[in-house]
Design a protein around this ligand. Structure first.
Ligand SMILES: Nc1nc2c(ncn2[C@@H]2O[C@H](COP(=O)(O)OP(=O)(O)OP(=O)(O)O)[C@@H](O)[C@H]2O)c(=O)[nH]1
Ligand SMILES: [Zn+2]
Length: 178
């Protein structure tokens, strides 16, 4: 486990690694945004906890890989604002509309911290587990070589149906059966 301090934001990010990394070989990777409710409290409103588990399992099975755990709770709006957004969603808004009603853009995340974190670990090529093409693009713009996007479709349940379809229709996520 490696800890990083993001001087721009004061946030503390984490990297969990397994195995050795050889220069030039792609590494199975998950760039995961913090979701306290999904990752730690088993919330069924989203798919984060299931994705985190599935990614760690895939890395364990491969015997090699990296998880970057980024402290960008609530797509960057923070935990308490996410709770406010949940109240608006309970009153009918979708995830994007709820953010907008609170005065935020739909997704405030940045991925600037990934390049220094990966450089420190000696990793320069990724097989990235994600359904989010904007995440792939953001990493590529920092000269991180994402050689493959590995879909990470898991954790669907009756409570997150609308959340998942909003990701597909409004945020551009790639999902086969939404
Ligand atoms: N603002 C807001 N953030 C949410 C909501 N539900 C989950 N999140 C946050 O969304 C982030 C995860 O983003 P997602 O859009 O689910 O997935 P992604 O990281 O873009 O894409 P994947 O790599 O495919 O998981 C985490 O930081 C969660 O805390 C919500 O209703 N509102
Ligand atoms: Zn979540």
């Amino acid at each position: 486990m490696h800890g990083f301090e993001d001087r721009a934001t004061g946030k503390e990010h984490l990297a969990l690694t397994m195995g050795e990394f050889n220069t030039g070989e792609p590494v199975l990777a998950r760039v995961h945004s913090e979701c306290l409710t999904g990752d730690a409290l088993f919330s069924m409103r989203c798919d984060c906890g299931a994705q985190l588990q599935a990614a760690l399992k895939a890395i364990a099975e491969a015997g090699q890989g990296v998880l970057l755990y980024l402290r960008q709770e609530g797509r960057g709006i923070g935990l308490l604002n996410k709770v406010r957004a949940y109240h608006l969603q309970d009153a009918g808004a979708d995830t994007v509309e709820a953010n907008e009603q609170l005065g935020f853009a739909p997704d405030l995340r940045t991925y600037d911290m990934c390049s220094p974190m990966l450089n420190h670990l000696g990793i320069n090529k990724l097989r990235l587990m994600t359904n989010n093409p904007r995440k792939v693009e953001a990493l590529r713009q920092q000269d991180i070589d994402v050689v493959e996007r590995v879909p990470l479709q898991t954790g669907q349940n009756p409570h997150n149906e609308r959340y998942l379809s909003t990701k597909v229709w409004k945020l551009g996520h790639l999902y086969n059966n939404a």
